[in-house]
Design a protein around this ligand. Structure first.
Ligand SMILES: [Zn+2]
Length: 142
């Protein structure tokens, strides 16, 4: 059920700020059958407010996998680190594309842990990226 505190006006601002892309895995809302969520980066359950600085546009998959997580395990070091924060960090500082833009690779501990926690490289998303790349619709512009 949508959060009643995320008003249509707030949702529109978040959507436009993100240019219609998931702020985690960069999936595009224009090419999905699931509606994107306005996600609380710091979960409401942990006191996260419904304000622009705490909201991110998120695809269904990332939103489901993130749920109330704010940290994850870096698979390289086994250390727990914070997840990527779309309001405080730049995507390209923590992630890059690989395998002809079908996979996302982590450049930092935060990037690697976020990829695992949110399962950025889900099989169906890789397939969609492959098809969209062939028709010139992927990766989305920064
Ligand atoms: Zn996503």
């Amino acid at each position: 059920m949508p959060d009643p505190r995320v008003t249509p006006a707030l949702r529109r601002v978040v959507y436009e700020r993100a240019k219609g892309c998931c702020e985690y895995c960069r999936s595009q809302a224009n090419f999905t059958t699931e509606s994107f969520a306005v996600e609380h980066i710091n979960p409401r359950r942990a006191g996260g407010a419904t304000v622009l600085d705490n909201l991110a546009l998120s695809c269904f998959g990332c939103n489901s996998h993130k749920h109330i997580k704010t940290s994850g395990i870096d698979p390289l070091t086994d250390e727990r680190v914070p997840l990527f924060h779309p309001r405080l960090q730049q995507w390209s500082d923590h992630f890059t594309w690989a395998n002809n833009f079908t996979e996302i690779v982590g450049l930092t501990a935060i990037g690697r842990a976020t990829i695992v926690a949110l399962q950025f490289n889900r099989n169906e998303v890789i397939n969609l990226r492959r098809v969209l790349h062939k028709v010139g619709e992927h990766p989305p512009q920064e």
